[in-house]
Design a binder for this molecule. Structure first.
Ligand code: BGC
Length: 257
């Protein structure tokens, strides 16, 4: 079954059809700029552009950079506040005529990595951290997602973690990779100290530069780069159109003990 996966980010809205069996993208990714300010109607129009580009009439899974509960947006730290309180799942379905499922973007990326990437077959506590405009986090135990974990908003050195250590903070403050990775390391150490995960997977826009910062991380937890890189968000969003979306338990690698 093919589903169109769309990842709404602070700088770009990316989409591609996804083969749910294999997690492979079934075509070139298509990206449009995220409108600024990222108001509800303008972003929905941009999502519509992605759907039209693929001439898509089938189901669509969308990753959103904020807390989502039953289709309703509760937070949108890096988008316009016009999103707050809106049942965006329903609204986007009405505007586009497609069946829509909406999920937090980091949860989506985590689902993809648990199904097809660095977390495949891992039953222990896995923390996915996506680093782009913001910092997103997703937690899995026994392959099961605990949704809407918002550790990017922890306070580190008196400031929100994502304001100190997101990829946006790195480029806006023109930090060297080394200086930025020290900040990231502090944030990850704090998360580690709170959660004691068994594996941390790092994804998001910054994952393509993993080699530039991984050597500066001093965590006791094993850290791996997201295998699906920045496509994890698209693939995981598409996965939400399956029944077992919130679980990676159908992976072949799990023992049924
Ligand atoms: C949001 C999260 C999101 C993360 C990454 C944060 O600002 O609160 O929900 O997952 O950014 O986009």
């Amino acid at each position: 079954m093919a589903v169109l996966g769309i990842d709404i980010g602070g700088s770009g809205i990316k989409g591609a059809p996804v083969d749910l069996q294999t997690g492979a993208l079934l075509g070139e990714r298509f990206r449009v700029e995220t409108p600024h300010p990222a108001k509800l109607d303008d972003v929905i129009d941009a999502v519509g552009e992605v759907i039209t580009h693929f001439n898509w009439r089938g189901p669509v899974g969308i990753g959103f950079p904020g807390v989502i509960k039953q289709g309703v947006v509760w937070t949108a730290a890096n988008l316009h506040k016009s999103w707050i309180g809106i049942n965006a799942e329903m609204l986007i379905a009405r505007r586009t005529g497609c069946g829509i499922t909406l999920i937090n973007d980091a949860d989506a990326a985590g689902l993809a990595e648990m199904h097809f990437g660095a977390g495949r077959g891992r039953r222990e506590l896995v923390l996915m951290v996506t680093i782009g405009t913001g910092i997103g986090t997703a937690l899995f135990m026994n392959g099961q997602l605990v949704p809407n974990l918002e550790l990017g908003h922890l306070t580190v050195r008196g400031k929100e973690a994502e304001r100190r250590a997101s990829d946006r903070a790195r480029s806006e403050k023109e930090l060297s990779w080394k200086a930025w990775s020290k900040r990231l390391n502090e944030v990850l150490l704090y998360m580690e100290q709170l959660l004691w995960p068994d594996l941390i997977i790092i994804g998001g826009g910054v994952s393509k530069n993993y080699a530039k910062f991984c050597e500066h991380l001093t965590l006791r937890t094993p850290v791996e780069r997201a295998q699906l890189l920045n496509n994890a968000g698209i693939i995981g969003a598409a996965l939400t159109q399956t029944d077992e979306a919130a679980s990676a338990d159908d992976s072949d690698d799990f023992d049924d003990d």
